[in-house]
Ligand binder design. Structure first.
Ligand code: UT7
Length: 315
């Protein structure tokens, strides 16, 4: 497949570290050196499906397509206000799109998992145009009393449109199932057969363990996809790493021994927006004119599951 359009949309409310320190025992002096985050976009009076539709429309506009031209829609989302139907149906209804659609919950590597699914549909000859949309509101999952998680996240949506082509050069999907490392548990109502109420939790995360997983798996995933596509690190133009923590990105870069200029980052003003992070970064870099035809982009993302993935895409 081949990328022909990108789009993104962010909540208008940008919350600085200093603002968080007004209601929580934390502050810029802790957050910035440990994460690289100065501020994050946080949903206030918007709805995630509106941001998602805006991101999708922008990607379609760039591709010169209408919603009716899409024949498969993959939506990556961890939570929104509906348990069912999936966010894909809610967004499609807003946009007047009625092709087959699926939702995936692969957390942070969702964009790369979605690219792999899309490529499989293209290879099967089933589709001409695929829309991938990653829309996340992790700030509604975390407890805003838990300084260990809420300071890390931001909301937003990123989208990409693909057509037939041969620009996706390699993908590696990886799973090391260990649900307790990052999870949110929902509250379950009693039924006639279960009398005890099961109380849920907000997002729980074992930060240090996730940090180690992220660095080691990303270095391995990136080396694997580069080897699969016969690339040496100097041939890669851009490393598009999931924006979870600037220290994680730096550790990956140091592990690979690559110069920082090839690792674009927007985490400073965005925080971690889960699966939306890679396509938002992609769209921002694209609209800044950073990519030229033939550039090699390597994506890598990691998160809840634990899942990780990497991919090589030629521009
Ligand atoms: O998309 C993937 C999802 N998640 C991630 O990628 C997260 C990966 N992990 C990380 O990024 C880092 O582990 C964190 C940023 C979450 C934490 O950094 P750390 O250097 O591993 O700190 P820590 O969790 O070991 O905490 C160190 C101290 C603790 O105090 P004590 O126990 O040493 O007294 C924490 O209570 O820092 C304290 N702390 C804070 N202090 C002020 C934790 N969060 C905060 C905070 N403000 N926001």
């Amino acid at each position: 497949m081949k990328l022909i359009g990108t789009g993104s949309a962010l909540p208008k409310r940008q919350v600085t570290n200093d603002e968080i320190s007004q209601f929580l025992d934390t502050g810029d002096a802790w957050i910035r050196p440990r994460t690289g985050i100065r501020s994050r976009h946080v949903i206030s009076d918007e709805r995630i499906e509106d941001l998602a539709a805006d991101a999708a429309r922008r990607a379609l506009d760039m591709a010169g397509l209408s919603p009716q031209d899409i024949d498969f829609f993959i939506c990556s989302n961890v939570v929104n206000e509906y348990m069912t139907p999936g966010l894909s149906c809610i967004v499609a209804h807003k946009m007047g799109m009625a092709c087959p659609m699926i939702d995936i919950n692969c957390a942070c590597p969702g964009f790369i998992y979605a690219m792999d699914i899309a490529e499989t549909y293209f290879q099967a000859g089933k589709v001409n145009h695929v829309l991938i949309l990653c829309a996340e509101e992790p700030t509604r999952m975390t407890s805003w009393e838990d300084r260990g998680t809420c300071v890390l996240f931001g909301d937003g949506a990123g989208a990409a449109v693909f057509t037939r082509g041969d620009k996706l050069k390699a993908v590696r999907l990886n799973a090391e199932p260990d649900p307790d490392k990052i999870c949110e548990i929902r509250t379950l109502m009693p039924t006639p057969f279960i009398t005890k109420e099961e109380t849920g939790t907000p997002l729980l995360m074992k930060g240090r363990e996730v940090f180690k997983f992220a660095v080691s798996t990303s270095i391995r995933d990136i080396r694997t996809v580069m080897a699969q596509s016969g690339l040496t690190p100097d041939r890669v133009d851009w490393f598009m790493i999931h924006q979870a923590n600037l220290r994680i990105i730096d550790a990956i870069r140091e592990g690979l021994g690559i110069d920082p200029a090839r690792f674009p980052a927007n985490i400073g003003d965005h925080g971690n927006s889960s699966s939306a992070s890679c396509p938002i970064l992609l769209d921002e870099c694209n609209r800044q004119g950073m990519f030229k035809r033939g550039d090699i982009l390597v994506f890598s993302a990691f998160g809840a599951g634990l899942l990780s993935a990497a991919a090589v895409l030629e521009w």
